[in-house]
Design a protein around this ligand. Structure first.
Ligand SMILES: [Fe+2]
Ligand SMILES: [Fe+2]
Length: 280
C-alpha cells in the first residue's frame, strides 16, 4: 500500500487549523507550491478530495478581537496611526488566507473545472505573501502583528455563506475584496507622504494582485450563473442583499473594478447613494 498524498481539501483544512500567522502562511505557501507543481506536471497528482473544515479558523492568542466599535481609531497622519493601518491590513490579509482555503475546503464537493481550484490556491498563496509583507513593515516600525486589537467580525461573511457557494463568491471576492480596490490607493498615499517606501512597495504589490482575486470571483460567479441559466446581475443583487449587512460605499474604483470584470450596474444599485449621472 502506498501513502496517499494529502488531498487539496485536507491541506486547506490543515491551514485553517494552524493558529500562528507566520506558520499558517508558511504552510499555505508550501501547499500552494505543491499544487502548482502537480498542475505543471513536475510533481505527483494531488486529488481535490473532501474535508471537514472548522466553522472558525484557528487564530493566535493575540491580537485581541474586539467589536469594530471598540477598536480605537487613530489619525493616519501620525506614526501610531500608520502602524494601526498596517496592523488592520495584516489582519485583513490573514483573514483572506483563511477565506480562500475555506472556500476550497468547504465547496470541494461541488463539481467545478480544475481552474477554479488553481485560482483560489493562487489567491490564498498571494494573501499569505501579503500578510508577511505587512508583518515585515510592522516589524520595521518597531511593532508586530498582535500588538494592537483587531476587528472580530471578519469571519461573519464566511459563516453566513458556509452553505452557499454563489453567496460566498458574491460577498467575499466581489464585495469585500472589491472594497480593497477602492481604498488601497488612499493608503498608498498615506505611506508615500510619510516617506515609508517599504510600505508603499508592499501595498502596491497587494493592490496589483487583489484585482485578480476580484476577477476570480466574478469569473466563477458568472460561470455558475451560466451553468444554471441565471441572470448574473439579478442573482448578485439578491445574494448581496441576503448575506451582506449594509450598503456598499462609494467612491468606487470603477477602473480597477472593470479590470476585475465588475460592471457598474452590479455595484451601484447596492450603494448607499444614487449613481451620479454622467457629466456631474
Ligand atoms: Fe491580499
Ligand atoms: Fe485578496
Amino acid at each position: 500500500m502506498t501513502d496517499q498524498p494529502l488531498s487539496l481539501a485536507e491541506r486547506a483544512a490543515e491551514v485553517l487549523t494552524t493558529a500562528d500567522g507566520r506558520e499558517k502562511t508558511a504552510l499555505s505557501r508550501r501547499h500552494a507550491a505543491a499544487w502548482a507543481a502537480w498542475r505543471a506536471g513536475t510533481a505527483p497528482e494531488i486529488p481535490v478530495g473532501t474535508a471537514s473544515p472548522p466553522l472558525h479558523p484557528a487564530r493566535p492568542d493575540r491580537p485581541a478581537l474586539l467589536h469594530p466599535r471598540d477598536v480605537p481609531k487613530r489619525k493616519p497622519g501620525s506614526e501610531a496611526g500608520r502602524i494601526a493601518l498596517l496592523h488592520a491590513v495584516a489582519h485583513i490579509e490573514l483573514n483572506a488566507v483563511d477565506l480562500h482555503w475555506d472556500l476550497i475546503a468547504r465547496f470541494s464537493h461541488v463539481p467545478m473545472p480544475m481552474g477554479f481550484f488553481d485560482d483560489w490556491v493562487r489567491a490564498a498563496d498571494e494573501e499569505s505573501k501579503h500578510f508577511n509583507l505587512m508583518c515585515d513593515c510592522l516589524e520595521s516600525l518597531g511593532s508586530h502583528y498582535g500588538a494592537l486589537p483587531a476587528h472580530a467580525g471578519m469571519w461573519r461573511a464566511a459563516e453566513d455563506t458556509a452553505g452557499d457557494l454563489m453567496g460566498r463568491l458574491a460577498v467575499v471576492p466581489m464585495v469585500l475584496e472589491a472594497r480593497g480596490l477602492d481604498v488601497t490607493p488612499g493608503m498608498i498615499g498615506v505611506f508615500r507622504k510619510a516617506g515609508i517606501t517599504q510600505a508603499v512597495e508592499a501595498l502596491e504589490v497587494i493592490y496589483a494582485e487583489e484585482v485578480s482575486h476580484v476577477a476570480y470571483g466574478s469569473k466563477w460567479f458568472n460561470f455558475l450563473c451560466g451553468r444554471d441559466n441565471l441572470d448574473p446581475k439579478e442573482v448578485f443583487h439578491a445574494l448581496v442583499r441576503k448575506y451582506f449587512h449594509g450598503h456598499l460605499k462609494p467612491p468606487f474604483n470603477e477602473e480597477k473594478r472593470a479590470d476585475a470584470g465588475l460592471p457598474p450596474d452590479f455595484y451601484w444599485p447596492l450603494a448607499d447613494q444614487v449613481k451620479p449621472l454622467p457629466g456631474w
